[in-house]
Design a protein around this ligand. Structure first.
Ligand SMILES: [Cu+2]
Length: 114
């Protein structure tokens, strides 16, 4: 009985090691940058991520974005901002489900210049 338990534990450890979290690699706009305009908000991941929620907060509150990517797991998630967005600092908060099934979240920010 003890041997079976140990073998099972070893199997679980190796599966966990093989399936690491998907990670955010970079974004558009890039974190910490100042941009003239925002044509698209894009999050790129090393492994597929199911982005379950995304919020863009700016000087006038939450930005009214339109998801281009649905709830399917992707390595590049895209959302479109309104045609005109006010100058100021923006924060993007997202939540998702990693390819290994773990809930993930992230934040990045950028500034739209006058
Ligand atoms: Cu994980």
């Amino acid at each position: 009985m003890k041997c079976i338990t140990l073998a099972l534990a070893a199997t679980l450890v190796s599966v966990t090691a093989a399936l690491a979290h998907s990670k955010a690699e970079d974004t558009t706009p890039a974190d910490g940058t100042t941009v003239e305009t925002v044509a698209v908000i894009e999050l790129r991941f090393d492994d597929p991520m199911r982005v379950t929620a995304i919020k863009v907060t700016g000087p006038d509150g939450d930005l009214d974005i339109t998801r281009e990517t649905g709830l399917n797991p992707v390595t590049a998630f895209r959302a479109l901002p309104p045609d005109v967005i006010p100058a100021g600092a923006y924060t993007v908060d997202w939540r998702g489900l990693s390819a290994d099934g773990h809930p993930m979240q992230g934040t990045f920010g950028f500034t739209v210049e006058d």
